[in-house]
Design a protein around this ligand. Structure first.
Ligand SMILES: [Zn+2]
Length: 169
């Protein structure tokens, strides 16, 4: 097989990975699974082509190594995206008190980590976006350390004056 054909296979895989990532961002599970299967088929063809190329005495060893590295890098990119996707399945989009919709750790995963929220725009951009609580006066906020966005999370409960009233009585 000619190196140009191997390059075409790699371009095809890269294109399919882009479609897969777009489908995952659009939460189109059926399309993402279809594309993941297509990637596996394309990788099998690529490995076959690379094997054929290695058998060809005229093929340049350096070129083959570059192509193997490219295939490996694409596989790593896909593995990393899949890892993030599996991690994100532990969360559900949920509105907090004043309206913003955030990723919240599902109750079924609460034994793994303490309850927390993640910033949807940073998560969609592939960043962690673990929101940190903060207060300004009586208002509570959740601040994203990645994009610095402040999500209004409502009001603190009023202070408990019952002990003071008991002492005054
Ligand atoms: Zn953010």
């Amino acid at each position: 097989m000619e190196p140009a054909t191997i390059g075409t296979l790699i371009s095809g895989i890269k294109g399919t990975i882009d479609i897969t990532i777009a489908a995952l961002r659009a939460r189109d599970e059926a399309k993402a699974n279809e594309m993941a299967n297509a990637i596996n088929d394309q990788l099998a063809k690529l490995y076959g082509a690379l094997f054929d190329a290695q058998q060809n005495a005229l093929a340049s060893q350096e070129r083959i190594q570059t192509l193997v590295n490219e295939a490996s890098a694409l596989k790593s990119e896909l593995d990393e995206f899949m890892r993030k996707r599996i991690e994100l399945e532990k969360y559900e989009l949920t509105p907090v008190s004043e309206g913003p919709v955030l990723y919240r750790l599902k109750v079924s995963n609460a034994s793994e980590k303490p309850a927390h929220y993640r910033c949807p725009s940073c998560v969609d951009a592939g960043k962690p976006g673990y929101l940190q609580p903060a207060t300004k006066g009586l208002r509570m906020y959740l601040i994203c350390p990645d994009c610095r966005f402040e999500y209004a999370a409502g009001f603190l409960p009023p202070p408990d004056y019952s002990k003071l009233i008991e002492r005054m009585a």
